[in-house]
Write a new protein. Structure first.
Length: 60
């Protein structure tokens, strides 16, 4: 196996690991939201969510 093949294989492994970490993070967020007693957000939580969404959209 040549050097190029080794780097390609490593790159693919890193990409796969990154995808798995993203999936795990998404699952954790989903699980945290599912643990709520109810779906109602407090006024402070609503403001935080709106601010995060605005900041996130603006940075993209």
């Amino acid at each position: 196996m040549g050097m190029k093949d080794k780097f390609q294989e490593q790159s693919e492994q890193f990409q796969q690991q990154a995808r798995e970490k993203v999936d795990q993070a998404k699952e954790q967020v989903h699980n945290r939201r599912g643990q709520r007693r109810d779906d109602a957000l407090t006024p402070q939580e609503q403001e935080d969510e709106e601010r995060f969404g605005t900041d996130y959209d603006r940075d993209r």
